[in-house]
Design a protein around this ligand. Structure first.
Ligand code: LAC
Length: 220
């Protein structure tokens, strides 16, 4: 694979969304179940809101998904507990290999392109001290819809000043990889969990286990 720039999904790819499990412990004996349902509903709400043309930013969608997940699991956190669980999103941990891999890839313009709101993305990037590794932090908020809408992916080539076919779009989310491939990027699937390929008729150009695998595949 040859690319002249990289775009990274944020949640699940650079940052571990399940780092919220610790915060969830304060409100449930089964924080893994809360974390999994919360993430699933969060993504569903982005797709549903995009289809309905009723955009709300990712913070708001994430709050709504948490409220639903708590209701479904029969949990009744106080307002303060709910806020603490939400705030965990601002301090998610980067996966352990991310910093070193971005360092190895430093000669390529690299940006985040994420559903996250600008405030959420800036907070989590700063929390992990990764700002100097990134050319730009791009949020769907600029076009007020969510992935996999093509208008979102179009933000990347416009900001990097590169043709879409020469950009590698890197995501751990199979559906996001499919969206990126459909748009015309070279699609890289960071398949951390050994998940099955989505049946969307789109195959990634490269599959790696983590970002160290990406750096190696790009000869860095
Ligand atoms: C993002 C979600 C899809 O960062 O993980 O855009």
């Amino acid at each position: 694979m040859q690319v002249t720039g990289l775009l990274f999904d944020a949640y699940g790819t650079l940052f571990d969304v399940h780092s919220v499990v610790e915060a969830g412990r304060a409100v449930t004996a089964d924080p893994q179940a809360l974390s999994a349902l919360w993430r699933q509903k969060q993504l569903e709400y982005t797709w549903l809101r995009s289809l309905m043309g009723r955009y709300e930013d990712f913070w708001s969608v994430t709050e709504s998904a948490l409220a639903f997940a708590c209701r479904q699991l029969g949990l009744q956190p106080s307002d303060a507990e709910r806020r603490r669980v939400m705030d965990a999103y601002l301090t998610l941990r980067a996966f352990p290999e991310v910093r070193a891999a971005l360092t190895r890839l430093h000669d390529l313009p690299s940006a985040i392109l994420s559903n996250g709101s600008p405030r959420m993305l800036e907070a989590v990037v700063d929390h992990n001290d990764l700002r100097s590794h990134l050319t730009a932090i791009l949020s769907v908020d600029a076009v007020r819809t969510f992935k996999p809408h093509p208008a979102v992916y179009a933000l990347g080539p416009a900001r990097l000043g590169l043709a879409r076919a020469s950009i590698g779009f890197v995501s751990s989310n199979g559906w996001d990889v499919a969206g990126a491939k459909a748009f015309g990027f070279q699609a890289v699937w960071v398949n951390r969990q050994g998940a099955p390929l989505e049946e969307l008729g789109l195959t990634p150009d490269l599959e790696v286990r983590d970002l160290a695998g990406l750096a190696a595949a790009l000869g860095r």
